[in-house]
Design a protein. Structure first.
Length: 153
C-alpha cells in the first residue's frame, strides 16, 4: 500500500470516527536536593540523623541480619492516551486505544545496620533498588559497597 492510499484511509476514518486525546500530569513530593545529601556518609551517619534531616520515609522494610531499609522518594507522571472509535452498523463498534504512561518513583534508599549506623545509600528508582536489595543472595553490606564502588557516577 502506498502512502497516498494510507493517507486516504486515514482521512476516511477520521471523517467518521470519534477521536479522543487525553493528557494528564501528576507529581508527589519534592525531589531531595543533592546538596542536602552531602552529609550522609556511610559509617558516619545514623538513622536519627537521616530522619531529622529528611523527615518520615515513604517506605521502611526489614532486611536480613537486622538491617533496615528506609526510602524517601518523589514522582512525576505523564499519561498520554489516544482513543479512536469508528461507528458501524454492527452490534459492536470497532475501537482502538493507545496509552503511554511514564510513571516512576525516584528517590534514595538508605540501609542501616542493627546499631542504626548507615551502611549503604543509593539514588535511583525505588522499586529497582528494593528488588536489588531483596534479590537472593540476601542483602550483604560488603557486596552492596562493592557494587556501589563499581557503579558509574
Amino acid at each position: 500500500m502506498n502512502r497516498l492510499s494510507l493517507a486516504g484511509l486515514f482521512a476516511a476514518l477520521c471523517s467518521t470516527a470519534c477521536i479522543q486525546l487525553q493528557w494528564s500530569r501528576s507529581s508527589l513530593h519534592q525531589p531531595i536536593d543533592d546538596a542536602r545529601m552531602t552529609g550522609f556518609e556511610v559509617g558516619t551517619c545514623s538513622m536519627t540523623d537521616a530522619l531529622d534531616e529528611l523527615g518520615a520515609p515513604l517506605y521502611v522494610w526489614q532486611l536480613p541480619r537486622g538491617h533496615a531499609a528506609l526510602a524517601w522518594g518523589w514522582f512525576n507522571t505523564r499519561d498520554v492516551r489516544v482513543q479512536v472509535s469508528v461507528p458501524s452498523n454492527s452490534p459492536a463498534d470497532p475501537s482502538f486505544q493507545y496509552g503511554w504512561i511514564d510513571h516512576r518513583l525516584l528517590g534514595y534508599v538508605f540501609v542501616f545496620d542493627d546499631a542504626d549506623g548507615l551502611v549503604f545509600v543509593k539514588k535511583g528508582y525505588l522499586g529497582e533498588i528494593a528488588d536489588e536489595l531483596q534479590r537472593p543472595p540476601n542483602f550483604d553490606v560488603e557486596r552492596a559497597q562493592e557494587l556501589r564502588r563499581d557503579a558509574p557516577n
